[in-house]
Design a protein around this ligand. Structure first.
Ligand code: FE2
Ligand code: FE2
Length: 180
């Protein structure tokens, strides 16, 4: 059975590797994930978050009716949290030596979730819930794909996933309250 030590590089090798390609910054020779694929996935996630910001903002400003105030506040809070996710993802893309794609051209196509306006409070909440469920599944797949190959990106995505699950839960509760 191989000893644990066999998996570790000796100090000399570590130091030598760190010196080559210093222009790559945080991306070292030991980076095990396929960087191009990770960058593509992160840009799709960025597009998804940006579409979610836009959809929640639209819903926030259009929410009206007896129950609208508290629901609108929920939409606004979600919009701000999706914006924070977008910022985190963009920063990680740069750290990995890529470029975050903020182009409005093709944004809706790059996004996993859809931009649906909805025409009343209930349909808005339903569309938001569907978008969250799409985000939950796509983040879960990305996390599985990364495995142990890029633990920093994986941890970031796990944090985002946990919040998307909270969002979905909030929306499901709102739907229940409104239906009662
Ligand atoms: Fe998000
Ligand atoms: Fe969300």
């Amino acid at each position: 059975m191989p000893k644990k030590q066999d998996f570790l590089s000796d100090i000399k090798t570590l130091r030598k590797r760190a010196r080559s390609h210093i222009e790559r910054g945080a991306v070292t020779e030991g980076y095990r994930a396929d960087r191009e694929t990770v960058l593509r996935l992160l840009n799709e996630a960025l597009a998804t978050e940006l579409i979610c910001v836009l959809r929640y903002k639209r819903h926030y400003f259009m929410a009206s009716g007896i129950n609208a105030q508290s629901v609108a506040q929920e939409f606004l809070q979600h919009a701000n949290e999706e914006q924070a996710h977008a910022d985190e993802i963009a920063a990680r893309i740069v750290q990995l030596g890529g470029e975050p794609n903020f182009s409005p051209e093709g944004l809706a196509t790059r996004s996993h979730a859809e931009y649906v306006e909805g025409d009343d409070l209930i349909s808005m909440i339903k569309e938001d819930l569907i978008a969250e469920r799409i985000a939950i599944d796509s983040y879960r797949e990305m996390i599985t794909y990364l495995g142990n190959d890029d633990s920093t990106t994986r941890r970031m995505l796990e944090g985002i996933l946990a919040m998307e699950e909270e969002h979905a839960d909030d929306l499901a509760s709102l739907l229940e309250e409104l239906a009662a």
